[in-house]
Design a protein around this ligand. Sequence first.
Ligand code: SAM
Length: 200
Amino acid sequence: MTDSGTAAYDHCADLPPLVATAVRAARQAGFTHSCRPEQGQLLRTLAGGVGAGVIGETGTGCGVGLAWLVSGARPDVRIVSVERDPKRAGIAAAVFADEPRVEVLTGDWRELAGSAPFDLLVLDGGGQGKGAEPPLEPADWLRLGGVVVLDDFAPMTTWPPVHEGRPDDARLYWLDHPRLRAAEVKVTPSAASVVATFVG
Ligand SMILES: C[S@@+](CC[C@H](N)C(=O)[O-])C[C@H]1O[C@@H](n2cnc3c(N)ncnc32)[C@H](O)[C@@H]1O
């Protein structure tokens, strides 16, 4: 989780209008964990690669990452995001009130399964396998050729990647999954994302 994510926008100019609105909403709510601008730019690019498909996101926050996705998505895309915190979900729903492509659900990340399979799936609040719960199974969630993206990793410098002195099993799950082809992408010198395509 990017603690300084929202603050990273303090000196950003020329944001897409919806991103600027979501950042304002996050600031007003005191929500600090929005995705960084560099990750947002990656999300916008990935969203542009989806045709008339479905994009999903776990962990809406106040909608900053979602706004980047919307900014890159084509007109015929459907985007569904889920947030367990009702206040945040309400704030995000208000940000996207005039955006018919977007639906914000209030609930646990597993409720997003009702909209699967996804062409692009952003795991930012559940499903990553970073904590105690197991990661989701790509075959249950992604369309063939669909892409999953996770952020907030320290760039790896060894194989296997390590976290707190031990092999980083959560990251390895995605990088080494037999049904995914994955790459780690540095979005800043100190932050990396994993982008993986489901190959059946
Ligand atoms: C890193 S923040 C999300 C930031 C957001 N995606 C953005 O780009 O601004 C993680 C969010 O996931 C939510 N979350 C955590 N566990 C969740 C769960 N089990 N189901 C749904 N949302 C969850 C948290 O409430 C928090 O708002």
